[in-house]
Write a protein that binds this ligand. Structure first.
Ligand code: TXA
Ligand code: MG
Length: 340
């Protein structure tokens, strides 16, 4: 299949590109588009056959449900049976934005969107291209991250192209995404909301708005059993093994030197102050602020190529605020977690 590529950085092109993309989606094709978190691979969520093309293009396991993206609160309400009171508060405060609500569905979306579950994941993305596309389509768009299953999520259209060129109908290139990590997935089926996947909205922010919020204990522990189907798979894997190291710059350097002595080429990822002290074959400076690290993380994971390095050593980061989502992704990407 030839994959159409629209460069939206050329503003003259934007409107016609959105309507062409919407037309393809309404015909049952798949199109990748930017959101504020990562690029999504969209299909008409009411069309079972269209949705099955997402699973095929990504090589995604069939038992892993998708997020339905909608343009507005009213459209969200039209897909669910009921919402607890706290959901209204969260919608008002955090949408459009990187928060996904798990709610009992009313059967309006195709069965493969929810992988046969009684609940559906829904979010209202905060990106002008995603919003314009949803408005043009008028149907909810099922959209997982637009990467090949198992790889790091795409934060640029080039990442999408590398994974899915030839397998999807089109890519809307709206530049690099902002947040860089996926949305927070929040189970809203009970009296107290439960975070199933940490993400763009932090636990601290949710608690300020809605009171008590729980964290699914299965997700931060590498050996736990997560409740969200997608969280059980190995994810975000770079081309070569990644080791996550808890330790000082000196301890990390010792580890690098030890592995180098086995004639390995070493890549390293660390915060600015630590990266400045490290010597390795490739050094990726993740930045200082957690938000900056989140935005750079997936690009960092994709930068290290097989053939250039044999091993990536990554500094473990504090698990506060968005750091919780960063460490969740790094633990999933890592082949080894050392020093805990
Ligand atoms: O930021 C995001 O959320 C991006 C952009 C494109 O919107 N999308 C995304 O989708 O990350 P995906 O498919 O890569 O991750 C969706 C997660 C998976 O872990 C999936 O298992 C979970 O949401 N999920 C979907 N429906 C669910 C449900 N009914 N119950 C529990 N977990 C669900
Ligand atoms: Mg994904």
């Amino acid at each position: 299949m030839e994959t159409k590529y629209w460069d939206l950085n050329d503003t003259l092109y934007t409107e016609s590109a959105i309507s062409e993309a919407a037309e393809l989606l309404l015909k049952g094709e798949t199109v990748a588009f930017p959101t504020e978190t990562v690029y999504g691979l969209g299909a008409d969520a009411t069309n079972q056959q269209a949705v099955s093309k997402i699973f095929e293009a990504k090589g995604r396991p069939q038992d892993n449900p998708l997020i339905a993206h909608v343009a507005a609160k009213e459209q969200l309400a039209g897909l669910v049976e009921s919402t607890p009171g706290y959901v209204d508060k969260l919608i008002d405060q955090f949408t459009p934005g990187p928060l996904t609500f798990i709610l009992p569905h009313n059967g309006k979306c195709a069965g493969n969107v929810t992988a046969g579950l009684s609940t559906i994941a829904i979010r209202i993305p905060d990106h002008p291209v995603a919003r314009d596309l949803l408005t043009a389509c008028r149907v909810p768009l099922a959209a997982p991250s637009a990467n090949a299953s198992g790889k790091p999520s795409p934060t640029t259209a080039q990442h999408v192209w590398a994974d899915l060129n030839g397998k999807i109908a089109g890519i809307l290139d709206g530049g690099a995404t902002g947040v860089g990590l996926e949305s927070t997935v929040l189970d809203c089926t009970g009296d107290i909301p439960v975070i199933l996947r940490p993400g763009g909205v932090t636990k601290e922010e949710l608690e300020k708005a809605a009171g008590k919020v729980l964290l699914d204990p299965g997700i931060m522990n590498e050996h736990g059993k997560p409740r969200s189907p997608g969280m059980k798979y190995r994810h975000y894997a770079p081309e070569v093994d990644l080791w996550l190291i808890e330790g000082t710059a000196e301890q990390i350097q010792e580890m690098i030197d030890k592995e180098k002595s086995h004639a390995k080429m070493i890549g390293v990822m660390a915060q600015t102050n630590v990266a400045a002290q490290l010597h390795a074959d490739q050094v990726f400076d993740l930045g200082n602020q957690p938000e900056e690290i989140a935005a750079k993380l997936y690009d960092a994971l994709r930068t290290f190529k097989e053939g250039d390095v044999d091993l990536i050593i990554c500094e473990a980061l504090p698990e506060k605020g968005i750091g919780q989502a960063i460490m969740n992704r790094l633990k999933k990407a890592a082949a080894k977690h050392i020093g805990v």
